[in-house]
Design a protein around this ligand. Structure first.
Ligand code: C5P
Length: 241
């Protein structure tokens, strides 16, 4: 079994505020994407990492990764390649999948925006796929109660249409792990309008295949808004202490 990780990193990250593409923002002086690549390569299962760069930024991303090489022992087992991405996350993942060599049978898809995922989560996801699950997602229970609403434009109060039972909800993270053929089929068959799919497991659900959840980790949170950068740097500082 050969396992590869695909890292979609082509998003602009507008919710983070103005500046460079999100994946290229620094955390404690090191680009978020570099942290994400290291997190995938830290797993002994992962022998290839495919980074999906902004469509006009593949050269810059390659240069950046070369400037932050993996530790020698890790680089020996893990190759890192860069391909240009697309307009949506879904398209970027599809382009990453298209770059995989034939012998890869297990694929992890990991957001560059989750730079601090612990290796235990990566191993657990990869292990569950290797053990036979077609799709595996790491997830955590929710602290907040969730309401479904009827969206209204422009700050108008939004009517609530439902409250799903919190104990049965999970907030899903990445890396999400897949049997390669299953994920490729999902990307071929499922075409979603607008911003496309926000996660890959949802596409696998749509083609009727089983998806299972394994425990996620609070350090696998997604860096989306400015406060998340503060939290991420605090986590790194705690790791170093
Ligand atoms: O925007 P969001 O936080 O959902 O993005 C999740 C991941 O998808 C990020 O790592 C982002 O770089 C990536 N992405 C991408 N191509 C896009 C949009 C988002 O690779 N067109």
């Amino acid at each position: 079994v050969r396992t590869a990780a695909v890292i979609p990193a082509a998003g602009r990250g507008v919710r983070l505020g103005p500046g460079a593409p999100k994946a290229l923002r620094a955390l404690n002086g090191t680009p978020m994407l570099v942290h994400a690549v290291r997190a995938m390569a830290a797993s002994r299962a992962v022998s290839l990492v495919v980074v999906v760069a902004p469509s006009d930024g593949a050269t810059e991303v390659r240069r950046l990764l070369d400037a932050h090489p993996l530790a020698e022992s890790v680089a020996e087992k893990t190759e890192v390649v860069v391909v240009p991405g697309g307009q949506t996350r879904q398209e970027s993942v599809r382009l990453g999948l298209a770059a995989l060599p034939e012998d890869v049978t297990v694929v992890l898809v990991h957001d560059a925006a989750r730079p601090l995922v612990p290796v235990d989560v990566v191993d657990a996801v990869a292990g569950a796929v290797r053990a036979g699950a077609p799709a595996v997602v790491p997830a955590l229970p929710l602290a907040d109660t969730v309401k479904q609403v009827e969206p209204r434009p422009g700050g108008e109060p939004e009517p609530v249409v439902g409250t799903p039972e919190r104990a049965r909800l999970r907030a899903v993270q990445t890396p999400q792990g897949f049997d390669r053929a299953t994920l490729v089929e999902a990307h071929e068959r499922v075409e979603l309008a607008g911003e496309g799919a926000t996660d890959d497991a949802g596409m696998v659900e749509r083609i009727g295949r089983d998806v299972v959840v394994v425990p996620g980790h609070e350090e696998a949170f997604k860096v989306t808004r400015p406060l998340d950068l503060v939290l991420a740097e605090a986590v790194l500082a705690r790791r170093r202490a």
